[in-house]
Write a protein that binds this ligand. Structure first.
Ligand code: SF4
Length: 446
């Protein structure tokens, strides 16, 4: 990795952003991935499986399927601000407008016969699947989403339905999910006349775990001050740990990215030059407004140093042994599948480890599953930890549920609150974390 110039923080005016050099490799990698998916769908000798983002993709990879992840297409539709154009097609087909906007936008885009993959990579859209495999470890919506495409393409839809909202993960839970995975393998073998090679599955799981461990190390570099890496970088650079799980390419990519982040730490290069505040982001990204939000935080010199979302693919490492047991355990240990006390303990640990000054909860209108601000958690954490908390209302993909102006104003007011706290003793916090507007903001431990 070539050295980077020490970062300048101008006393006045806009700070200079230092681009992450690995992003050039990321672009190539994604191009190769999508072109290969397209080629696989057109090649009668190859098979394509769609999988949910924390589903059992290692089994599919080990059985030779090219794997596609519809949630990625949902996010892409959001980033390109296309979701609100396609969601009405899904609504016309009977899907509730307030159901998952990834699902509705993806179904709507298929009904409209359009995809941003055409502009990006010159391909028609997501590859035609031979098989769809979901896990309800994240939500039940994925089952209905995949069922739509199963009917549309006349292909099997197979699923794993683990126990949900777990506190402690027990051996009985793991054994149950392992059994579901074995049943899934048998169904795939029977339908396609295949035989899973367990040695190949072990190799795939080892690669998947290695990429995940490197990704976790990348995220950990943001404990440094200044943080070399922010949430806004994370939502881009996490693509390989989802799309290319189980591949040597994902491992190589995260080795490259980690080396660059460590170099940044050594040289004092921050994602936000002159970092003043360190923020935790809880919940989904607001994909259609990523640019505005990241620019506002940058301008305020607020680094979003950690997030639940980017940690969702930082699994516990595989230490050899039964790969199905590792898959079963990691699939139910994920944050979204845990109960409220376990989630709170996880968040508190991250707040402390990353030294955050404040927390932002994103209440995503169409994803109750990944919104943790609906049952008092922000107020409880604020009272327990004395950390300022802001809740913003929005959505992951449907921009109609997000007010950019109001949110940016609230973020500004929130950073003023953090500034007041840094300046000295403060009055009590406002009773409602949603009410952190410029007019009434107050800071300090309750
Ligand atoms: S977790 Fe939320 S965003 Fe993801 S598929 Fe389920 S409902 Fe949609």
């Amino acid at each position: 990795m070539s050295g980077q110039a020490k970062q300048e923080t101008p006393a006045r005016g806009r700070p200079t952003r230092v681009e992450i050099a690995a992003q050039h490799r990321l672009r190539e990698l994604l191009r190769e991935y999508f072109l290969d998916l397209d080629a696989a769908a057109k090649d009668p000798r190859r098979r394509v499986a769609w999988c949910t983002s924390v589903g059992p993709c290692e089994i599919l990879v080990a059985m030779g399927f090219a794997t596609a992840f519809p949630e990625n297409h949902g996010a892409l539709l959001g980033v390109r601000r296309l979701s609100h154009r396609f969601i009405p097609y899904a609504v016309s087909a009977g899907y509730c407008a307030e159901s998952c906007s990834y699902m509705n936008a993806d179904i709507g885009a298929a009904l409209a016969g359009q995809s941003p993959l055409r502009d990006s990579y010159g391909i028609d859209g997501p590859p035609r699947p031979d098989l769809l495999v979901y896990s309800t470890n994240q939500c039940r919506e994925v089952q209905d989403w995949f069922s739509f495409f199963g009917r549309r393409h006349g292909v099997p839809v197979l699923g794993v339905r683990p126990p949900r909202q777990l506190g402690a993960v027990t051996a009985a839970h793991v054994a149950f999910v392992r059994g579901e995975l074995l049943r899934l393998i048998e169904q795939i073998e029977a339908h396609f006349g295949l035989k899973l090679d367990m040695g190949r599955l072990e190799e795939t799981v080892a690669l998947s775990s290695r990429a995940s461990a490197l990704w976790r190390e990348v995220l950990e570099t943001a404990r440094a001050r200044p943080a070399p890496f922010s949430f806004w970088d994370g939502v881009i650079h996490m693509a390989p740990v989802i799309l290319l799980r189980g591949s040597p390419a994902a491992v190589a990519y995260y080795e490259l990215l980690l080396a660059e982040m460590r170099q940044r730490v050594r040289e004092g290069v921050g994602a936000v030059p002159g970092e003043r505040f360190r923020i935790y982001w809880e919940g989904m990204p607001v994909w259609p407004r990523i640019r505005e939000l990241s620019e506002k935080f940058f301008e305020l010199r607020a680094a979003v140093v950690a997030s639940t979302y980017c940690n969702s693919w930082a699994f516990e490492p595989y230490a050899g042994g039964d790969p199905l047991e590792w898959m079963a355990r990691t699939s139910i240990e994920i944050f979204i599948n845990r109960d409220e006390p376990t989630k709170e303990a996880f968040l508190v640990e991250l707040f402390e480890r990353f030294g955050v000054d404040g927390v932002i909860f994103h209440n995503a209108r169409t994803c109750p599953n990944n919104s943790n601000s609906r049952f008092g958690m922000p107020a409880r954490l604020r009272e327990q930890r004395g950390l300022p908390v802001l809740v913003i209302d929005g959505d992951l993909s449907d921009q109609r549920f997000f007010s950019t102006a109001q949110t940016l104003t609230n973020v500004e007011a929130f950073c003023e609150q953090l500034e007041q706290i840094q300046a000295g003793p403060q009055p009590r916090l406002p009773a409602n974390p949603r009410a952190a507007t410029a007019a009434n903001v107050a800071g300090g431990p309750a």
